[in-house]
Design a protein around this ligand. Sequence first.
Ligand SMILES: *Cc1c(COP(=O)(O)O)cnc(C)c1O
Length: 387
Amino acid sequence: MSNKIKENSGIATLAIHAGQEPDPATGAIITPIYQTSTYVQEGVGQHKGFEYARTQNPTRLALERNLAALEAGKAAYCFSSGMSAIHTVLMLISSGDHCIVSDTTYGGTFRLFDKVLKNFGLEFSYVNTSSVEAVKDAIKPNTKMVFIETPTNPIMALTDIAAVAQICKESKLKLVVDNTFASPYLQQPIKLGADIVVHSTTKYLNGHSDSVGGVVVVDDLNVGERIAFLQNAAGAILSPFDSWLVLRGTKTLAARMQQHDKNGREVANFLVEHRKVEKVFYPGLSTHPHYELACRQMKGFGAMISFETGSYKKAVSFLETVKLCSLAESLGGVETLVCHPASMTHASIPAQERSRLGITEGLVRISVGIENVEDIIDDIDQALELL
Ligand SMILES: *Cc1c(COP(=O)(O)O)cnc(C)c1O
């Protein structure tokens, strides 16, 4: 870590400085985009730690060190997408092994596990991980990993990371947390006992809707070595330019998350009061079933909100009437996005399973951006009034 930042620096300081030194050649304060495929060696076996750009790249390395610091981990590895990061973590277990997964996990994660990895002999149980008992009950002799997401998409259910970590320690299981929705600003799973944190950096970490990427952060350097091996072996690395974009993004993580959180609370409170809205899912509402846990586990409640309009027709009308808010998949960018989980982000989940999880046809999800909150609320209000 850079000698200008102290071990105990705050997260805003780490976000701006960790992993980055002035460029040794020029003093450039910003880590350059090292757009190179290889590195000239001074002699056979004599190099500066960089041999081939799939294996190591200085721009990616700066980002990896930055993200390791933000998640209070020992090391981080950046991938070409959140999905390739998650895929690589699952390569830590082998054919015949069993993994317990949050049943409201991201649709793409479910698709990877159920439609791809299952065919390679990995076994999955989809469990309501909000219940610590349910996690315990799902453990089998061949269980090796527990993969949780909290809060989950789109109904914002929380899992008690520390409690699940305790169970995992007792049974020697690896606990993986997909921390995409909260970001390390709101929640640091490794500090709560998780072994591995994954992110789609596409969302809050980059924050500007202009890059797709993923990261794996580890608390154990032996696990890190294996992830590095897999990263190099399969090769789904983050490009130098995308690494640079995400590094640019994390510099404002703290400032953005403070505003996202503030706007999220205001929009949630507005929706709760609106007569056209049947139900609001947001962990910052005292009526939310996991409100207490959210207060304990998170530093804020974030900006992901879902609400029930009552029907598919109403949801579509809302989504097609908003103007400032954009109808799009994805989340975590500075601009407010709205989507229809049942037909967009969660289309890969069978209809019957969707309805069991509360992903109804009338459900709308909002990723509240950092525009002036009055403007966001105005836009939502005019679209709701027309329902
Ligand atoms: C978007 C997302 C992913 C997948 O990441 P990509 O960068 O789109 O591959 C995984 N988990 C969660 C929670 C996500 O929101």
